[in-house]
Design a protein around this ligand. Structure first.
Ligand SMILES: [Fe+2]
Ligand SMILES: [Fe+2]
Length: 217
């Protein structure tokens, strides 16, 4: 099986959908409830900005180098996303000063739900058009190497935090791919991470992963 990118989209999709459900239930006349939305919104907004930055600077740069233009639509989506995030921020801020916070909150909900729909199409474009092109133009080693500088910079604690956030939304094959990448990129850090495996894998997954490593080595 070829090396896959974009596995973290499973988490992105979950996180946006969770926030949409939270916004749907929010009482926009309650200051504490709005503060909760503001803080969750900020967390998701920063995650999305970091995600797009990573794709632009690593995936799109690699496609550019290979002479491909397939990423142009996804690039435009990222620019559009930046604008939409600003508009959503303004709408959410407006709830607090609005004479009719329930209606303004509803307008924010509608705009955010629309954004979630657009984002799902964007994730689909990346996985059904950009990923096959990346796989066609690059070797597995080149694809794996994209994440190596990230793992080089990350501490073991940050790696553990990352897998604990991502893994509840992934199947065993995705988890294996992440752990194998970390093992290949940073063998020493992987050993330290593996000592904490019970925090992010079930006992059955721990032995399955160990077995897969003895079989493949
Ligand atoms: Fe993207
Ligand atoms: Fe993406």
């Amino acid at each position: 099986m070829r090396v896959k990118l974009y596995r973290e989209h499973k988490y992105v999709s979950f996180a946006l959908s969770e926030l949409e459900r939270l916004i749907a239930k929010t009482d926009f006349t309650d200051t504490a409830a709005i503060a909760e939305i503001q803080s969750e919104w900020l967390r998701i907004k920063e995650m999305l900005e970091g995600h797009a930055y990573h794709e632009e600077h690593n995936f799109h740069t690699l496609l550019e180098k290979k002479g491909s233009t397939i990423h142009h639509e996804a690039h435009d989506d990222h620019e559009h996303q930046e604008e939409t995030l600003k508009k959503l921020q303004c709408l959410l801020d407006a709830v607090q000063t609005s004479p009719d916070p329930i209606e303004t909150g509803y307008q924010f909900y509608l705009a955010f739900r629309r954004f979630v729909g657009d984002n799902l199409l964007h994730l689909h474009e990346e996985e059904t058009k950009l990923l096959p092109e990346l796989q066609r133009l690059c070797t597995d080693e080149e694809l794996r190497a994209i994440e190596y500088p990230t793992y080089d910079l990350m501490t073991v604690e940050e790696m553990q935090e990352m897998v604990q956030v991502l893994f509840p939304h992934m199947n065993f094959s995705d988890k294996c791919a992440f752990l194998t990448d970390i093992k290949l990129a940073e063998p020493q850090k992987f050993l330290q991470l593996w000592e904490k495996a019970n925090y992010f894998l079930t006992a059955e997954e721990v032995s399955k992963f160990q077995h897969s490593q003895t079989v493949s080595s």
